[in-house]
Ligand binder design. Structure first.
Ligand code: ZN
Length: 233
């Protein structure tokens, strides 16, 4: 097995997305934090039992599922995103209710960009990489092959002002793959805004991915990947 392939398998692939610069040793270490181990995909019947509609669980939250639109880094709807239904493992959806409540007490609320992501959508991201001659990103482990989003335990989100509906200034948009998106790489009001999101999420048991201020995951006792396409719930 070629060393690069072995490295990609060992580092597993990061949470969401690609990165533009070669990884340093410390970046490779961080990238592993959002990886999921290799596991067989669970049947759709199990997915339907274990996943819950986040919009129903968190009534005040807003949703803009970017991968169900062309407004994402691939420029097209991803496979499996035929319906804009935000799903998460039940435990994570329940925990998110607490986050919304904590923010509402400050006149703020959540806006969700992505939650459960079917395995076929992750494979679509890999295919995009190959079509665009960016396979070095696969070798470097910067395109997700196995994301915690596939398990329904990861979520990408930001904070909005409830009065204006405007997103707080987090320094970058969703899916900006640069060091500017590293959670700790901020100062002043941007750092304060990232802390508002990070603190509320942490209080409810979510863990941030250090390279993406918008990505959080939640531990469940029996994580498993699903490929159920998003559907009306
Ligand atoms: Zn994510």
């Amino acid at each position: 097995m070629r060393a690069t392939v072995l490295l990609a398998l060992l580092t597993g692939l990061s949470g969401c997305h690609q990165r533009v610069s070669p990884p340093t040793a410390s970046q490779a270490g961080r990238a592993t934090q959002a990886n999921a181990p290799e596991q067989p995909t669970a049947p759709d019947s199990v997915a339907r039992m274990k996943l819950a509609d986040v919009a129903a669980a968190v009534p005040g939250a807003r949703f803009e599922l970017r991968y169900a639109t062309s407004r994402n880094f691939t420029g097209a709807v991803l496979p499996g995103y035929g319906a804009p239904t935000p799903l998460l493992r039940r435990e994570a959806a329940t925990a998110l209710t607490q986050v919304q409540q904590e923010l509402e007490a400050q006149g703020l609320g959540l806006k969700v960009w992505d939650a459960y992501r079917p395995v076929r959508a992750t494979l679509g991201m890999v295919a995009w990489c190959e079509r665009n001659q960016r396979t070095e990103l696969l070798d470097q482990g910067y395109i997700a092959r196995r994301s915690r989003h596939n398990q329904g335990v990861a979520i990408d989100l930001t904070v909005v002002d409830l009065k204006t509906g405007r997103e707080l200034d987090m320094g970058t948009g969703f899916d900006e793959f640069s060091e500017r998106a590293h959670t700790a790489n901020a100062a002043g009001p941007v750092a304060a805004n990232r802390r508002i999101l990070g603190d509320a999420m942490r209080h409810a048991g979510f863990v941030n991915y250090v390279d993406e201020w918008w990505h959080f995951s939640f531990d469940v006792p029996d994580p498993m990947p699903f490929d159920l396409p998003l559907e009306r719930w």
